[in-house]
Design a protein around this ligand. Structure first.
Ligand SMILES: Cc1cc2nc3c(=O)[nH]c(=O)nc-3n(C[C@H](O)[C@H](O)[C@H](O)COP(=O)(O)OP(=O)(O)OC[C@H]3O[C@@H](n4cnc5c(N)ncnc54)[C@H](O)[C@@H]3O)c2cc1C
Length: 428
């Protein structure tokens, strides 16, 4: 005879008078925070907030992670940033990315599977910035010296040392700097991993829902988000709408000068392993040598992916949300890439794609509360570095939200800073 195992209830306990239960704190059935935007920045904010026990809903009008994040190349760079607030975020993020992936792994959601870092194609491959001419070499040396003083690890290389690291580099290379802190990640996989953690902690993810504006209480605070699927009561809203963040901010009544800045990338057919080993840039990408054209910049960033394709990016153009490509931009990308790696002139290009970077006038992201509209927060404006800067951004926003001491000074990223101009100071 088989007995069903029944959990024994301690009879004595049942009979004894129970002490009164403390009342549960009142938790209304709506999220504390709604994060608008499921890109890498919204995902990082939601991850950092849910790690602190905040109840979060992430919503996106498009499929999850399909915005600019799906168009980024996945460079996690310190090499292209001069000393200053953007470099501070980049250095913090470069430490944080691998640690975060390990921590999420340790939450044990996928035992037995490949490590999260592997699934996100995280690779600490290092960057190589290359100068082809003498003026570029001098400017690059000065740029790297300033970065070293700000805490970046950067090694000056002569032409032979550079070619030992990248055998297919052009013979005309004058100098290079090696940046071991530069790394690479697959942006959609990374954002998806962050969102999976959010869901695993009880957060809600919704696609196909457009944020339309906010509702405010008598005291002026945000009380709800108006969406295409109805009104969603909440305690706070994070505008992580990427290049569309300016539109949402205006709809919410607190305008921000975030504009789209288009970038195009060329993709080659898969090449033999080792054709390109690092993330390789020409010196003008890092700002050592100016291009002289404020509206169009094409500078070369060459990198191989896990699958063997080589990405050649990327242009920077202010053309609004214009989807059409200009062939001249692609030709310029190809010309500069083959100047660095002549071998690329002989390989097939299989496609080109583009996206819109979220651009601000002072090239710094906006991270923090909006003093014009209590309960509205922003995490946007990362332009060409949102994949790299996401973990530090999420952490800073969550620290500010939770009233914690911040590791990075939030002042340079605040909404009302002079670099954002008048638009960020008035309410619509
Ligand atoms: C060609 C190219 C190459 C790049 N390469 C790199 C790189 O190598 N390294 C790097 O760090 N960065 C790179 N970037 C930049 C990087 O991709 C961006 O900075 C980053 O993806 C921005 O992320 P985000 O979450 O702010 O925006 P997004 O990924 O665009 O996410 C915003 C989301 O908000 C949603 N949304 C907008 N409005 C609403 C609304 N009203 N309601 C609901 N949802 C809304 C959108 O659908 C979108 O999914 C590159 C960009 C481009 C274009």
């Amino acid at each position: 005879m088989r007995y069903r195992h029944v959990q024994a209830r301690p009879a004595a306990r049942r009979d004894l008078p129970q002490p009164p239960r403390p009342p549960l704190p009142f938790r209304p059935p709506h999220p504390d925070v709604v994060v608008i935007g499921s890109g890498i920045v919204g995902a990082a904010c939601a991850e950092a907030l849910t790690r602190r026990g905040v109840r979060v809903t992430v919503l996106d009008h498009a499929p999850l992670t399909s915005g600019t994040t799906a168009r980024g190349e996945g460079n996690l760079l310190v090499s292209d940033k001069p000393p200053g607030p953007e470099l501070d975020l980049a250095l913090d993020s470069s430490e944080r990315w691998p640690r975060l992936l390990e921590e999420l792994d340790a939450e044990g959601r996928d035992p037995g599977g490949p490590a999260l870092a592997e699934r996100c194609e995280y690779e600490a491959k290092g960057g190589l910035v290359v100068a082809l001419g003498e003026p570029g070499a001098r400017a690059l040396a000065g740029f790297a010296a300033a970065q070293r003083a700000a805490g970046v690890t950067a090694y000056d290389l002569g032409p032979d040392e550079a070619r030992a690291r990248e055998p297919h580099l052009a013979p005309g290379v004058r100098a290079a700097v090696h940046y071991p802190q530069d790394a690479q990640i697959q942006p959609v996989a990374a954002a998806t991993a962050l969102l999976a953690a959010v869901r695993g902690r009880g957060g809600t993810l919704r696609s196909g829902v457009r944020a339309l504006g906010v509702e405010r209480g008598a005291d002026g605070r945000v009380t709800a988000l108006r969406t295409s699927a109805g009104t969603l009561p909440c305690g706070a809203v994070v505008n992580a709408c990427g290049p569309w963040a300016g539109r949402f901010a205006r709809a919410a009544g607190a305008p921000l000068p975030v504009q789209p800045r288009r970038g195009l990338v060329l993709v080659t057919a898969p090449l033999p392993p080792g054709t390109v080993r690092h993330k390789v840039y020409d010196a003008d990408y890092v700002g050592a040598v100016g291009s002289g054209d404020a509206d169009l910049r094409t500078s070369t960033v060459v990198e191989a992916t896990r699958g063997g394709t080589v990405l050649i990016g990327s242009s920077r153009e202010r053309t609004g949300f214009q989807e059409r490509f200009r062939a001249v931009v692609l030709a310029e990308l190809a010309r500069k890439a083959t100047a660095l790696f002549p071998v690329l002139g002989r390989v097939p290009v299989i496609r080109a794609y583009g996206g819109f970077r979220p651009y601000t006038p002072d090239h710094l992201p906006v991270i923090g509360p909006d003093p014009r509209l209590p309960g509205l927060w922003h995490a946007t404006g990362h332009e060409g570095a949102g994949i790299g800067l996401a973990p530090a951004t999420g952490e800073l926003l969550a620290q500010l939200y939770a009233g914690e001491r911040t590791r990075i000074d939030p002042e340079p990223y605040r909404v009302g800073r002079p670099g954002l101009g008048e638009e960020a100071r008035w309410t619509a």
